[in-house]
Design a protein around this ligand. Structure first.
Ligand SMILES: Nc1ncnc2c1ncn2[C@@H]1O[C@H](COP(=O)(O)OP(=O)(O)OP(=O)(O)O)[C@@H](O)[C@H]1O
Ligand SMILES: [Mg+2]
Length: 267
């Protein structure tokens, strides 16, 4: 295996191809995900964003290529080894997919009960800790149906965080939320990343949110990454597909090109 600086690149995707029958979704895709930052993946509907993150989590197997997570190629691993690596990931699904028949606390405790041998007391302690952290104190005994959409998102995040993952993947976290809630979810992602140093991958259709949140933006187009760079570079790249995608989303390129107008200064 090649050596690399593990403190820098957390995930390295090399020449990954994937087809479903006649449909070539990923065509020799390369992408490096820097550690401890927010990388946002953008691209049209059906371009393969969800397929890509499923590969990163080892839920889909590529036809070709390597996927290095902390320097280990998960493509070459046994399923048992992959399960070990998968435990490094937390995932927040688009609709937060909570179990409706479980209380909020049981929802959050679920990954710990499934994947660890922690005592009941220790699990309760960790669940309480996450509830406090996400401003959900006192809701542990409620049912998901009793919560607002934004609270359900936070419960989903609490559940994704409870195992202390090194990686968090968010698949369209703000789709279907009103602008105020969407902004809250963005802030939650940013705070989570800053507080825990989690390497975060966000799939997003929301370009305004992307320019607020991302340290790095990667655009998927025709099975490859056409650009992967900091928001300023992406906004001024002049790559036609990229400009067109940003413009079509209603975000003015001029507004995101200025360093004081939204892109993170530390990006
Ligand atoms: N398991 C599968 N079997 C067959 N085709 C699949 C499978 N998963 C995804 N696809 C196809 O691969 C393509 C990419 O799908 P994917 O879900 O990754 O798109 P996406 O970029 O996430 O789109 P969206 O923004 O709408 O969520 C689509 O044409 C989809 O139908
Ligand atoms: Mg998708």
């Amino acid at each position: 295996m090649e050596t690399q600086d593990p403190s820098d690149v957390a995930i390295s995707i090399r020449g990954v191809s994937k087809r479903f029958g006649a449909l070539e979704v990923l065509r020799g895709l390369d992408l490096e995900v820097p550690r401890g930052q927010v990388t946002t993946i953008i691209g049209g509907s059906g371009s393969g964003k969800s397929v890509l993150v499923k590969h990163i989590m080892g839920l889909l197997h590529p036809d070709q290529g390597a996927i290095l997570v902390d320097g280990e190629d998960i493509v070459q691993m046994s399923e048992r080894e992959r399960t070990r690596v998968r435990a490094k990931f937390g995932m927040l699904f688009q609709h937060a997919a909570l179990f409706d028949s479980m209380t909020v606390a049981d929802n959050i405790a679920f990954p710990l009960r499934e994947h660890t041998r922690l005592s009941r007391g220790e699990i309760d302690r960790r669940v309480e800790d996450k509830l406090d952290l996400l401003g959900l104190a006192g809701t542990g005994r409620k049912w998901p149906a009793e919560l607002s959409g934004g609270m359900r998102k936070r419960v989903g995040l609490a559940r994704a965080l409870v195992t202390s993952p090194s990686f968090l993947i968010y698949d369209e976290p703000t789709t279907g939320l009103d602008p105020v809630l969407a902004k809250q979810v963005d802030e939650m992602i940013g705070e989570t990343q800053e507080r825990f140093g989690v390497t975060s991958i966000v799939i997003s259709h929301d370009m305004a949110s992307t320019f607020r949140l991302a340290h790095r933006i990667a655009m998927l187009w025709q099975g490859r990454i056409v650009i992967a760079a900091d928001p300023q570079t992406v906004a001024s790249s002049g790559v036609p597909q990229v400009d067109e995608f940003i413009r079509a989303s209603g975000v003015r390129l001029e507004s995101v090109r200025r360093p004081d107008a939204g892109a993170r200064a530390d990006a």
